[in-house]
Design a protein around this ligand. Sequence first.
Ligand SMILES: Nc1nc2c(c(=O)[nH]1)N[C@H]1C(S)=C(S)[C@@H](COP(=O)(O)OP(=O)(O)OC[C@H]3O[C@@H](n4cnc5c(N)ncnc54)[C@H](O)[C@@H]3O)O[C@H]1N2
Ligand code: MOO
Length: 405
Amino acid sequence: MTSEYLQTVELDKAKKIVEELFTNFYTTKIEKINIERAHGRVLAENVYSPIDLPPFDRATRDGFAVKASDTFGANEENPVKLKCIENIEAGYIPKNTITEGHCARISTGALIPSGSDAVVMVEFTEKKNNDILIYKSVYPGQYIAKKGSDIKKGELLLKKNTILSPDKIGALSAVGIKEIPVYSKPKIAVISTGNELIELSENLKKGKIFDVNSYSIAASIEECGAKAINLGIVKDNYEDIKNMILKGLKVADIVVISGGTSAGKGDIVAEVIDDMGEVILHGIAMKPGKPTIIGKINSKIIIGLPGYPVSALIVFRVLIAPILCKITKAFKLKEKIVRLPISQRFHSTRGRLEFALVSIENNKAVPILKDSGAIASLAMSDGYIEIPKNVEIIEKNEKVEVKIF
Ligand SMILES: Nc1nc2c(c(=O)[nH]1)N[C@H]1C(S)=C(S)[C@@H](COP(=O)(O)OP(=O)(O)OC[C@H]3O[C@@H](n4cnc5c(N)ncnc54)[C@H](O)[C@@H]3O)O[C@H]1N2
Ligand code: MOO
């Protein structure tokens, strides 16, 4: 079983396998959520406006509601004199009808009184005793937003699969929709294995290190619009790993476990998965990431990432994230890529697709020459470059594509 690890498959084939697994074994569900929690979620259905918007004819300027015909011919020299019969504030219902020779003071957003068909801006009026002098004519409909002119009841407001950004949330609230149908986030359990790992809250003792992958992988999951359920650290022993995986399968749709994937003595993740279900793939022809495991237990997908934090993150990014983002639809997959000259000659492993972290300095891609065990590279990196398996050397100043994190 673990000998399968020696037979690596190409990354493209691994991607295909993961994609097929997600298609066959993950079913997208729909839930209704409150608008207050809708930011970043994805609409699961078309939304039609349940009301006319605006719901009534309303003033779009502060001024006077008039009969437009009363203002015809009015100008600076020859103002028209109208009698003001009411003051209509936003939110109130006018009591009177505007008849010839009359007007009403009106606020922006207030309901247009019956009989009126236009608003004169306050700047072009003057109050004189009980009269209002109008210095500018208006045409019928001027400064009035008609009922339903924005959107009509029953009209399509937002299409299914729209990402709910602040503007879209505004549109939903304008038509009074509080409960919103969205895709449920896939739940992904995150497990870190290793006797050497400790929680961030613990004291660092000799031989121990803080758990990185629980946090970096959970963050990557959330970045793809999925929900990470961090189950924490488990020791490198068969029973503990098995029980933790069982727990993950219970609470989540997918399990991601890191560490214990390679050929070491304590590296028993593949064995456990194989006993509980099926190891579909163990070993990808990529660097880092060679010992990656893809498996299935009771129709649920389980991914074993290499323990080294840089390896785990790169594998997640290139193998899992694109497919996860595709199913959540929460993230536009267009990767940010910049083409930059490389700052120095770079040697790559012959015969293996390689991913190398780089930082960007003075408009150059600077390779971070540390191995995947080096944590500081995570802090220094801006992105990574992909070196095809048949390329051994990238010459200084050759242009490379940097995929930004
Ligand atoms: N004889 C061989 N040894 C190794 C091989 C190999 O092919 N033959 N592959 C190497 C490669 S490549 C990788 S990658 C690692 C991956 O091994 P594992 O997945 O079994 O990972 P571990 O041995 O458990 O851990 C490796 C390394 O990473 C640290 N680690 C693990 N988990 C975490 C975590 N959650 N947070 C922080 N650091 C973590 C761990 O302490 C180890 O230092 O194997 C190579 N060896
Ligand atoms: O394959 Mo490992 O994942 O080189 O770091």
